[in-house]
Design a binder for this molecule. Structure first.
Ligand SMILES: Cc1cc2nc3c(=O)[nH]c(=O)nc-3n(C[C@H](O)[C@H](O)[C@H](O)COP(=O)(O)OP(=O)(O)OC[C@H]3O[C@@H](n4cnc5c(N)ncnc54)[C@H](O)[C@@H]3O)c2cc1C
Length: 441
């Protein structure tokens, strides 16, 4: 089978499906290839807690039907303290949200092919990708190819494309249960009714965070996620998996009704991963990478839906500029396509202030539990505008939260950010690793 399109998109997650909606509504032929079978979709890729904010809902016209629960605050917890910020939000049913994006894209003219696992790009001699090949041998050809497969990235990581190099040590793994019998206003804890709560506590999520997002009445999405990095190694217990950490939290925390691991019966379970790293590139010749493939997840809050959708939109806008001549009846040569405008859009619209925000994230995860209590105390004394500036990556404001004794976490955050910013340092590390292993060291 051989098909020709203006744009071929691999992956029907939020980023790919949003790019398809935008490209199809501009009148181009677009094919979306999704690995899951249609009758199961999106059970296998239903990975997200899907907490989001009004900005995303209105910018991408997301209907209320996919919202499980509207929230009105974000709560940060440490082992013994908390900080509450009034901020409206919405917890989506991620599966319903994905289905809406697909249906809306199809109405706009996008063609979806399920059960189509993209395997590799089909390259031409000029170094552009003519199309993609699926593992069943099907080939789809397009002037522009978009990799939106999340961390799988079969095109963006391919040796002939090399847009990204997703690092194992930067892969955050997460698991969550949808639970009932949750007490959102338990004595001794912050009121989590209609709230999204993130908890910094190395005993529950070593080197990461855990969460409880209220989904109405006595139900909530409850999860744990962490990167397998230095902070995790420092605090992790031998033999404990991410599942063990979540189950232990549920058994030990009085807000959950289950007292024994064997009694935990989640209404649903979601698991997945995303990389928290600073991207070097976003496109190559006529190929763009969007969403978690880049990776676009916000380093500070793990928010990947809004950023993924924005990157899908930036890719669609760029594709429209590049392919517009086709609408005027002119030929477009894939080898001459220049997608550098996408890189600029990504830096401006998707990942603005990413480096300082990445630095702040590294600093936070390298603090200890006692220091987290102090952080909550400090946050409670700051006004909302200072917090907004810190959240935007303003390091001069973030300095207010730094204490004497933070030298070690500051050093770790600085070296990690430098390494992320500097591809040459990472390549040199790889070279040394390879040489020492060749020598048997
Ligand atoms: C546990 C967890 C909790 C999260 N919570 C939140 C949250 O509360 N709020 C928030 O904003 N973000 C959250 N995120 C992040 C957010 O879910 C992701 O950033 C977002 O889903 C990224 O969208 P995407 O389209 O880039 O990738 P994905 O959602 O990963 O979609 C990729 C799609 O490509 C398909 N695919 C994969 N490989 C192939 C292939 N080879 N060929 C064809 N198709 C393929 C997959 O089946 C999938 O449909 C969370 C992530 C995790 C793991």
């Amino acid at each position: 089978m051989e098909e020709n399109y203006d744009v071929v998109i691999a992956g029907a997650g939020p980023a790919g499906a949003q790019a398809a909606r935008d490209i199809a509504s501009r009148g181009y032929d677009v094919a979306v290839l999704e690995t899951e079978a249609e009758d199961r979709y999106p059970a296998g890729s239903n990975k997200s807690t899907a907490g989001t904010f009004p900005r995303m809902m209105s910018a991408f016209s997301i209907p209320d039907d996919v919202v499980m629960h509207y929230t009105d605050s974000v709560v940060l917890e440490s082992p013994d303290d908390s900080f509450t910020l009034g901020k409206p939000g919405a917890v989506l049913d991620f599966g319903d949200f994905k289905e809406f994006l697909v249906e809306d894209g199809e109405e706009k003219g996008a063609e979806y092919f399920f059960d189509s696992r993209v395997f590799e790009p089909i390259m031409n001699p000029d170094g552009a990708a003519e199309g993609v090949r699926c593992s069943g041998g099907e080939e789809f050809y397009g002037d522009i190819i978009i990799d939106a497969t999340g961390p799988a990235a079969p095109i963006a990581q391919h040796e002939d494309v090399e847009i990204v190099d997703l690092e194992r040590s930067k892969q955050a793994i997460g698991i969550e249960y949808e639970l009932d019998g949750v007490d959102t206003d338990a004595e001794g804890y912050a009121d989590l009714t209609d709230a999204m709560m993130l908890r910094l506590d190395h005993d529950i999520a070593p080197g990461g965070y855990s969460w409880l997002f209220h989904t109405g009445e006595d139900t909530a999405k409850v999860g744990v996620c962490y990167l397998q990095n230095e902070a995790h190694t420092e605090h992790a217990e031998q033999g404990m998996s991410v599942d063990d950490y979540l189950q232990r939290w549920i058994v030990n925390d009085p807000r959950f009704s289950e007292q024994n691991i064997d009694d935990i019966e989640p209404l649903e379970m979601h698991r997945g991963s995303a990389h928290i790293q600073l991207p070097d590139n976003f496109s190559h010749a006529n190929v763009m990478a969007v969403g978690d493939t880049v990776p676009s997840v916000d380093p500070l809050w793990g928010e990947g839906i809004d950023t993924g959708m924005k990157s899908g939109r930036a890719a669609a806008t760029t594709a429209d500029e590049v392919l517009n001549d086709k609408k005027l009846g002119k030929e477009v040569d894939p080898a001459e396509i220049d997608l550098s405008a996408y890189d600029r859009r990504w830096n401006q619209d998707v990942g603005a202030n990413r480096e300082p925000r990445y630095f702040i994230t590294q600093l936070v995860y390298n603090l200890g539990n006692e220091r987290y209590n102090q952080l909550m105390e400090d946050l409670n004394t700051e006004d909302n505008s200072t917090l907004a500036e810190i959240n935007n990556g303003d390091l001069s404001k973030a300095r207010k939260l730094i204490h004497f004794g933070d030298g070690k976490p500051l050093f770790k955050a600085t070296t990690d950010t430098m390494r992320q910013k500097n591809k040459a340092i990472r390549e040199a590390e790889e070279w040394v690793k390879e040489k020492t292993s060749n020598l048997g060291l």
